[in-house]
Design a protein around this ligand. Structure first.
Ligand code: SAH
Ligand code: SF4
Ligand code: F3S
Length: 476
């Protein structure tokens, strides 16, 4: 809190010298990164900046970077080339934050090749942006504000959200898993859970503002409070509810049950859980909590037990399939989505076939597919049996085809049914068309009106179009 009060003094100082200035922010990473961007926006808006999407008009340009795959990094360098001319033309401040700034070789590259960058900060120093920005403006010097050690959980950072219906709430930072391909544990540090009272208060506040859907975020949501427990800390937290009643939270399952009771919130999602931590209490909490969407994102990464072992995922193909079966048996009509990496070092044709096999068996609603990308500092980067780029792409295409066939097949099942759709707003391309999502996160487009926004309405699905369904408001 003290930290935030100090930042507030910098926010006031910037506001005093700020004359109708604008900021632009480019978010390059996952939903956690997007959630961080909402906090960056919150601090900037409190400092008197208004948002613009036109980089040439911005007085402050912030990049919130990601380094999970090479293409995320390439995007930053492409954009830095573009903003150089704005810096020369109007002297705007350029700040770079996010996961990539936790990598020393990247900071070095920026300092050498893009010396015009003013402020460098990381996920652990995000809350200090007002101070860093102020010092950069006043003293006209380059700021590098990176913490190598794990940051603490900081509460009370102002937040500016773009969406008015759906909101993300981070419940924990960091990751302890060290999957061998992944850079995240190196850049985000160890797991740290937020206090459930802070999470509860945030969700209650969002509900009061009219938000209907909450996504609980973390690299590993089902290990919420687990590392605190392992350190011997007391994790039996008593949360005081709006009603005055008390509720004990000591796990992800109990947190889900608590959030399910927040009036006004109608849908709850969470990403990402780890299959190894998907305990029965979590399955029961999903089953019992009406608002928790029955679409579970369950990252597979690979269907091959051998590959899973070298990935350090700590489950086998059979364990994954058994878990899916167990969840399906307990929760009727549950659906799954997943993340898959193709071309991990040493992946044979047979291993890849195992991935296809799991995909055919589980019939995911949605698959986020990635080509393995070497990350400096990870164990897998040092493995000698890297896969040829051509083979990686061939496998990716084959998986994509299979996934699309399954999606098309499943889409047909929606046609003729009535689905409950949370209406999000107007479609971007057609004034008369509105758009929303089913509980299974399928996009539904339909003819509608302003009054429907924010409501969950029954829609008759009249046709399917691969990436969206067409619906008709079914008001009888
Ligand atoms: N913590 C989450 C997600 C982490 S990053 C989880 O464990 O599921 C999101 C996804 O990016 C991962 O699930 C993985 O599929 C992918 N990913 C991570 N590192 C990668 C790499 N080096 N190459 C390709 N994909 C990667
Ligand atoms: Fe990366 Fe694995 Fe942690 Fe997910 S669980 S963030 S994939 S190390
Ligand atoms: Fe990228 Fe960091 Fe998220 S590396 S995927 S922005 S946690």
């Amino acid at each position: 809190m003290k930290q935030i009060q100090m930042q507030d003094t910098y926010i006031k100082k910037i506001k005093e010298i700020n004359k109708n200035q604008k900021y632009a922010i480019l978010t390059m990473g996952c939903q956690l990164n997007e959630n961080d961007s909402e906090r960056i926006s919150g601090m900037l808006e409190k400092s008197g900046y208004t948002k613009t999407n036109d980089l040439s008009k911005a007085n402050v340009i912030v990049f919130n970077t990601c380094c999970v795959r090479e293409n995320a990094e390439d995007r930053l360098f492409g954009k830095l080339g573009e903003v150089k001319k704005y810096k020369e033309e109007n002297g705007c401040i350029i700040a770079i934050g996010g996961c990539m700034m936790q990598e020393k070789h990247m900071i070095q590259k920026i300092q050498e090749s893009y010396p015009f960058v003013d402020v460098i900060f990381g996920p652990h120093t995000l809350q200090k942006l007002p101070e860093d920005l102020y010092n950069s403006i006043i003293e006209n010097k380059k700021i590098e504000d990176i913490l190598d050690i794990d940051g603490e959980v900081v509460e009370g950072i102002p937040t500016a959200r773009e969406d008015k219906i759906k909101a993300s709430v981070t419940i924990m930072n960091g990751c302890n898993n060290f999957c061998t391909y992944c850079i995240v544990p190196y850049v985000r540090g160890r797991e740290r859970s937020r206090h459930p009272q802070d999470i509860y208060n945030e969700v209650v506040n969002l509900a009061k503002q009219g938000y209907k859907e909450i996504t609980l975020l973390g690299q590993n949501v089902n290990s919420y409070l687990v590392s605190e427990k392992a350190k011997g800390e007391n994790v039996d937290f008593i949360v005081k509810k709006e009603s005055g009643d008390e509720y004990k939270v000591n796990s992800f399952a109990t947190l889900l049950r608590l959030i399910n009771e927040v009036d006004g919130i109608e849908r709850i999602r969470f990403i990402s859980p780890h299959p190894k931590d998907f305990t029965d209490d979590v399955i029961d909490a999903i089953k019992d909590s009406k608002k928790v969407c029955k679409l579970i994102h369950l990252p597979l990464q690979s269907g091959s037990t051998e590959v899973l072992k070298t990935m350090n995922r700590k489950y086998t193909k059979e364990h994954y399939l058994d878990l899916v079966e167990k969840i399906k048996n307990k929760i009727p009509n549950v659906q799954f989505s997943t993340d898959i990496i193709v071309g991990f070092p040493g992946e044979t044709e047979k291993d890849f076939e195992d991935t296809l096999d799991v995909v055919s068996k589980v019939k995911f609603e949605q698959i986020y597919m990635f080509i393995y990308s070497r990350r400096v500092g990870t164990v897998a980067d040092k493995m000698e049996n890297q896969i040829d780029e051509r083979i990686k792409h061939q496998r990716f295409d084959k998986l994509k085809k299979l996934a699309e066939n399954i999606i098309a097949e499943k889409n047909i099942n929606y046609v003729g049914k009535t689905e409950l759709v949370l209406v999000e707003g107007k479609s971007k391309t057609n004034e008369k068309i509105y758009t929303g999502r089913t509980e299974t996160n399928k996009v539904v487009n339909f003819e509608g009106n302003e009054n429907m926004i924010g409501k969950i309405l029954p829609m008759k699905i009249v046709s399917e179009h691969m990436w969206y369904l067409k619906g008709k408001y079914d008001n009888i």
